[in-house]
Every structure is written in C-alpha cells, then in structure tokens.
Write a protein that binds this ligand. Structure first.
Ligand SMILES: [Zn+2]
Length: 298
C-alpha cells in the first residue's frame, strides 16, 4: 500500500510529497520501535546450577538444567555494558509491583532485569561468585543475583556435600553484597500436595531457618521475604498461606513479566533458563524482544 501511495505521490502534482511519505514511514517505525521498547516488561531469568564445560567431572549430576559458565559470564557482561539494572526481589516489589517507592534518578534510564538461581547448588558459590567478583573488579558494577533456597537441603557444616551450598557460603555472598537470599520452601516439596499443617511448616520454617543463618547480616529482614514455589506448583490454598508469610511469590512458567498488568504478586512469571538456550537468544530476551506471551495482555 505504501508503494502505491508512493506512485500516487510521484504522479501527483506535488513532488515534495515523497519526502513527506518517507517521513511518515519513519514516524510509524519510530512508534513501533518505541512501543516495543516501552512495553512494561522485565525478564526474570530462572537458572539452577552452572557448569564449567572445561571441567567434565561436574557434568553428570544435573543434566540440562545447568547453564554453561562461559555463556553466563558473556550474558552478564552484556547486561553490564548495556546499562542494565540487576533487581533484587525487594527492588522489583517496591519499584515495579507495589510502586511504593519512586525509581531513583540514577536508575531511571537503566533496563531492569532479574537473575535468579533456584535450589542452592554449590556452583552458585564455586563458579558464580568468582564471576561476579571478577566483573565487579573489571567494571565497578556489582551484579546482584536472587537465590531461592531450600534451607532443609543446605549442606551441613563439615559435611562432604559437594552438591549444595551451606550457610557459611550463603553468608559470604550476602556479606559481599552479591546474593539476595529468598525462600524456595523448606525441603523442595510440591506445596499443592501437602496437608495444611505441612504446607505451613514448609513455608514458615524455611523463612525461620534462612533468617537464622543470616540474622546479623540482615538487620532489615529482607532475607526470605519472597518465595519461589518449588516446581512452580501452586493452587488457591498454597497462595493463601504463602501470602500470610511472604510479600510475593514466583512461578517457573517461561513467561515474561508485564508488570503493568500484574495484579497478583503471588504469580510473578519467570523465564526458564537451561543449556538449550543460547546466550544470543538470552540477550534478545533481555532486549525486550522476547515473543509475546498471553500474560502480556492485560
Ligand atoms: Zn526448585
């Protein structure tokens, strides 16, 4: 249609209309691009463990849920270089969901993203923390990551558990300002399958134990204020009890958060990250070009 219009413009008695048409097309493109960029979406990336592809001994235990170290580093570096804002769970809640606080001036032009890791794998300490530390030294930016932890599966002190984090390691990442420690239930049980008293125990005891581990480092009790449902499983009863003890809760449903539309803070969507997703595809996610899902329409 634009082509026909162009011809009409050419054939008309107003030759100056052609630049006008171009200008119109440019304006339409500007609006399309601008609209896409201003979609009120925040990608919340849900990782598990990390794998060092150079170290084959680690490759066996978690299968494809692990994400390659080299790709993760590349992705984080991209986010730093493109001025992303690494949200904590409390940032998301205060500035974008509840909107109880104004976004600070120095963050207004940044692109928000949340990087989360579930299940408390040891590699979040052995592989991720050195990467975060290295990036801080190189760029002077502290990348914050949200950890959803099951305190019931934390490695006991002096144990030989090589799979899971212990309290000491959680404390170190928190003290250094890299970890935002949140709850994933006490023992990673499917909360929809539990009788009421067990359900309450799973969500309440998780909060108590995580805060016990981090008490002196967390005077404002930000630890374990938010939860991610184990297996992403929830129902009305789960939601009701979780809302008594937590400010918000996260799903694992491979959808992007449209915070302009989200009315229920106990259904925050997250994108599933595993080694099948290439870093370049993730960068597209971060740009806000991720294919639209149903939850993006209010
Ligand atoms: Zn989990």
């Amino acid at each position: 249609m634009i082509g026909n219009n162009n011809n009409n413009f050419f054939n008309s008695q107003k030759p100056k209309s052609f630049p006008l048409t171009l200008a119109l097309v440019a304006i339409i493109f500007f609006f399309i691009l601008n609209f896409t960029h201003t979609q009120p979406t925040i990608p919340i990336l849900g990782f598990h463990g990390i794998i060092d592809s150079k170290n084959t001994t680690l490759q066996s235990y978690q299968g494809e849920m692990d994400y390659p170290k080299q790709d993760l580093e590349k992705l984080l570096e991209y986010f730093i270089l493109h001025d992303y804002w690494f949200l904590t769970s409390q940032d998301l809640y205060d500035y974008f969901l509840k909107k109880s606080q104004h976004i600070p001036d120095d963050h207004r032009n940044k692109t928000p993203v949340m990087i989360s890791f579930d299940d408390g794998y040891k590699t979040v300490y052995t592989i991720l923390l050195p990467i975060l530390s290295k990036l801080e030294k190189k760029y002077g930016i502290k990348v914050k990551v949200v950890l959803f932890i099951n305190p019931g599966t934390l490695a006991k002190s002096n144990s030989r558990d090589v799979t899971h984090l212990g309290c000491r390691e959680l404390r170190e990442g928190l003290r250094r300002g890299f970890y935002d420690i949140q709850s994933h239930g006490l023992n990673h049980k499917d909360l929809t399958k539990l009788p009421r008293y067990q359900l309450v125990n799973e969500i309440l005891q998780a909060r108590i134990e995580l805060r016990k581990c981090t008490q002196d480092l967390d005077p404002e009790q930000k630890v374990a204020s938010h939860l991610a449902y184990p297996y992403g499983a929830y129902n009305k009863q789960v939601e009701r009890y979780v809302s008594k003890y937590y400010l918000s809760s996260y799903l694992y449903n491979n959808e992007i958060l449209n915070y302009g539309c989200l009315k229920n803070f106990y259904k925050i969507p997250r994108l599933m990250m595993n080694r099948k997703k290439t870093t370049n595809a993730l960068i597209e996610v971060g740009k806000g070009w991720y294919p639209l899902n149903n939850n993006e329409k209010c």
